[in-house]
Design a protein around this ligand. Structure first.
Ligand code: FMN
Length: 384
């Protein structure tokens, strides 16, 4: 388990009384105090960072891991057939030797391609393989991948069995509660996958028809959890400590997976993880902390991907920049940056202005915080 005592000084200063809404029941507390067991892999955190296409690259995962050192992270989804006949793996499949535990997520509808890609993922360093059976995007479902497998359980079973047989690491599946309201089949679907050997299921509490709209239906996650013996991870609308606790109480799930709540906020997984382990809150990042994090993100993604990284950074910057006067104008300018220097100067301008108005940094005051690099060990600003 992460040692929380090193942070005691900072934490005492910032401790916030936890209200009734965020109190964990004793049974849940007891369960969450133990590690998450995914087959043979032990993970010392019950909070996971979801796979997010176009977001959870090596840089983003490092930013998240700085606050959630023991949490499981996922790569962006990788098209299995796209890596079958290549000598060099694409960047989205790259795993740093320092970033464990890590799962590589694969999607496709061809069992043999998936098995081959899974073997390559293990060779790259994946601790587990995750199979995407939840993506709602037409381009993918039309070809029989992602959430369309909910309509073809026989193929989902065939894929899963082939991949489970191909690799020695645990295999998990991430899926949705069903195709649409008339076809909610997560319980039977998940049972069949459990029978062919998956070690964990992550359930996004929406149907494919919902896309990303409407509330996640955690009550369905509860039903699936009750029907399975393997760990079930709840996903959908986990955007705060309060939401995580409510979801865990509603679903009795073995953990939660954060998704959109982490966009421009790589602190979320760590915040929830810390609360589940200690009952205390980590200090919330200030607006200045978020801008400093945006600067760091921009620098690292440009180091890693060059100009393409700068283009990708534009959307990240707009997610970080909110909650202060002038944020909208700054977002507009950041959407057009062509160089790192340009982006850093824009962010620095806002930091200087906010400082003059009396705003301060909180996380970045930590004496143990050192600049993040693309590889090597990560300094942990909060937990020492
Ligand atoms: C931009 C974006 C990219 C995503 N990429 C993936 C992906 O690569 N693999 C996957 O399984 N789910 C992906 N998802 C779905 C999320 O992991 C998650 O299941 C969904 O957003 C629900 O959680 P939320 O309500 O907390 O956002 C993506 C979602 C978004 C918004």
């Amino acid at each position: 388990m992460t040692e929380p005592s090193a942070a005691a000084g900072i934490l005492r200063k910032h401790r916030v009384a936890i209200g009734i809404m965020t109190a964990l029941s004793p049974t849940l507390k007891q369960k969450l105090a133990t590690p998450l067991q995914i087959g043979e892999v032990t993970v010392n955190s019950r909070v996971l960072q979801s796979p997010l296409s176009g977001v959870t690259d090596k840089v983003f995962r490092r930013l998240v891991r700085r606050y959630a050192p023991t949490s499981m992270m996922y790569t962006e989804m990788v098209h299995a057939s796209g890596v079958c006949h290549v000598e060099t793996l694409p960047k989205i499949m790259e795993v740093d030797p320092n970033e464990h535990p890590i799962s590589i997520q694969l999607f496709d509808c061809r069992p043999d391609f998936l098995a081959d890609a899974a073997r390559k993922a293990v060779a790259e360093g994946a601790d587990t393989i995750d199979l995407n059976m939840g993506c709602p995007v037409n381009k993918i479902t039309r070809k029989g991948g992602g959430s369309s497998l909910l309509k073809d359980p026989a193929m989902a079973v065939k894929i899963t069995r082939t991949v489970v047989d191909a690799v020695a690491v645990p295999v998990s599946v991430k899926t949705r509660i069903g195709w649409d309201d008339e076809h909610i089949n997560a319980i039977e679907f998940a049972r069949q996958l459990e029978d062919v050997g998956i070690d964990m299921l992550t359930l996004h509490g929406r149907t494919r028809a919902q896309g990303y709209t409407g509330a996640a239906r955690w009550e369905w996650i509860r039903r699936v959890k009750d029907a399975l013996s393997i760990p079930v991870i709840a996903n959908g609308d986990i955007d705060s400590v309060e939401a995580a606790v409510r979801c865990l109480e509603t679903t009795n799930a073995d953990g939660v997976m954060c998704s959109r709540g982490t966009l421009g906020y790589p602190f979320l997984v760590g915040e929830i993880d810390y609360f589940l382990k200690t009952g205390d809150r980590l200090p919330a990042p200030t607006v200045i902390d978020r801008l400093l994090c945006a600067q760091e993100h921009l620098r690292l993604i440009a180091d890693y991907k060059g100009y393409r990284g700068i283009c990708q950074a534009r959307k990240h910057m707009t997610w970080y920049v909110k909650g202060f006067a002038g944020a909208a104008e700054l977002r507009e300018s950041l959407c057009r940056i062509e160089t790192v220097a340009e982006g850093e100067a824009l962010l620095q301008g806002a930091i200087t202005h906010l400082s003059e108005c009396g705003e301060t940094a909180c996380l970045w005051e930590s004496p143990t915080l050192t600049p993040l690099t693309l590889s090597g060990p990560i300094s942990l600003p909060i937990r020492g």
